[in-house]
Design a protein around this ligand. Structure first.
Ligand SMILES: Cc1cc2nc3c(=O)[nH]c(=O)nc-3n(C[C@H](O)[C@H](O)[C@H](O)COP(=O)(O)OP(=O)(O)OC[C@H]3O[C@@H](n4cnc5c(N)ncnc54)[C@H](O)[C@@H]3O)c2cc1C
Length: 395
């Protein structure tokens, strides 16, 4: 049996950000991840501006900027008319220190977090460690962990479940994950192509019931692009590559040549568990709440959990605050998910992919024109995104 102070189950980007925030505050933290090595699946790539002060506080923003494509905003465009709505963040340059959107595959962000974590003797990251059992008590949590060398038992003072949408921690605690699963799935592809030649910006949200897509760079290499579109969730994974080529015949802008590097299908959900705290077990990131990824709110939300949770939990461990602060973490982050993240992401998905009646389409286009052409209106809209940030709970 091993004793640990804080165990984070899940070494994805949320878990690593929690761990780095804890390590930097002098807390002893161990990350356990079931995978033999970090995943490079084609998932998050865009981190919205409200998350950037947290990256800066963790000391990772410069490294992320160095590897990322740096977009000056988001570009909606209407496939039918060709009209584009380039919504630049210069509108908030006098309000906000980081008016840009870094575009970088989440595995590269994880690699940066891991590199920074390696500088701390009080942090350990163990891959090939799968949490398979949990026994929560009043003053500790006993974990059963499968490793290549056999089963380990770890007793931790605190457990953070950051083990993703299919969270074992959530399931082992018998917690519900309430919400909906969408009838479509997303097909996420990484491709090599020269899409700037077709007039695309770095990040593009294409509006169309058939050709709706998110098309964005995912690193500083301008030939690497993420192209995500939707298909019926009932279609089998078998034959997916052929279906991607068939779709790209008409969907790639300018009919430019492309090479598929990687692809994966994803089901989409809007779901959250009833609380993000159960005694000494805390949940963060996709383990606590999932959203369809249109609009880049999934991992953005996970990072915003991580920033505020690591500060609060470190203060609890150091005896500086009562553990009631962790109830406030749960209440606030769950409220932000329900009131802001989930409705906003669902609305953005609808804008891109729904077959709108003409009147609704005109309203959407009118709103996007207003955002594009009226800097003050865009400024207010961009500033309103601060609603997803939970300020320090220690004040
Ligand atoms: C196509 C697509 C595009 C997306 N784009 C964006 C975007 O642009 N911006 C954005 O903000 N979000 C985006 N998202 C959402 C984003 O990918 C997720 O929100 C993010 O991966 C959540 O990170 P996480 O660390 O919470 O969970 P995960 O990344 O799922 O990591 C969980 C980790 O836990 C480990 N684990 C699982 N079970 C166990 C266990 N029993 N024991 C130990 N370890 C375990 C796993 O191996 C994994 O490493 C996108 C998602 C998809 C599918």
């Amino acid at each position: 049996m091993e004793r640990r102070s804080i165990v984070v189950a899940g070494g994805g980007p949320t878990g690593l950000a929690v761990a780095l925030g804890l390590a930097q505050r002098g807390a002893e933290v161990t990350v356990l991840d079931r995978a033999p090595e970090p995943s490079n699946a084609p998932r998050a790539l865009a981190y919205l501006h409200p998350v950037l002060p947290g990256f800066a506080a963790l000391g990772v923003l410069d490294d992320i900027k160095a590897d990322a494509a740096i977009s000056d905003g988001m570009n909606f465009f209407d496939h039918e008319s060709g009209e584009s709505f380039h919504l630049t963040l210069d509108a908030i340059e006098n309000d906000f220190p980081f008016p840009f959107v870094p575009l970088l595959g989440q595995h590269r962000v994880s690699a940066i977090l891991l590199r920074h974590l390696a500088e701390y003797d009080n942090a350990e990251v163990l891959f090939g460690h799968e949490v398979v059992g949990i026994q929560p008590e009043d003053d500790n949590v006993t974990l059963t962990v499968n490793t290549a060398e056999g089963e380990k038992v770890i007793v931790a003072d605190w457990l953070v479940g950051a083990d993703g949408a299919t969270s074992a921690v959530r399931k082992l605690m018998n917690l519900s994950f309430d919400g909906i699963t969408w009838p479509e799935k997303f097909v996420s592809t990484n491709i090599r192509a020269d899409l700037h030649a077709a007039g695309l910006q770095m990040t593009n949200w294409r509006i169309d019931p058939v050709y709706g897509a998110v098309i964005a760079r995912y690193s500083s290499d301008d030939s690497l692009w993420r192209f995500t579109f939707k298909e019926d969730a009932e279609l089998p994974d078998e034959g997916l590559e052929e279906r991607i080529h068939a779709h790209f015949e008409t969907a790639i802008p300018g009919n430019l040549p492309y090479e598929i590097i990687q692809f994966a299908p994803y089901r989409m959900h809007q779901r959250a568990t009833s609380s993000f705290r159960f005694g000494r077990v805390l949940l963060a990131g996709d383990a606590a709440h999932v959203t369809n990824p249109i609009g880049g709110l999934g991992l953005t939300g996970g990072f915003l959990d991580a920033f505020v949770l690591s500060e609060a939990l470190a203060a609890v461990v150091h005896g500086e605050v009562e553990d009631a602060v962790l109830d406030r973490y749960s209440d606030e982050r769950r409220r932000v998910y329900l009131e802001y993240v989930s409705p906003t992401a669902s609305m953005t998905k609808g804008i891109l992919f729904d077959d709108h009646p003409a009147e609704v389409k005109q309203q959407i286009i009118g709103h996007l024109r207003h955002l594009r052409d009226d800097t003050e209106f865009r400024r207010q809209d961009l500033l309103s995104m601060q609603a997803m940030v939970t300020p320090s709970l220690l004040g």
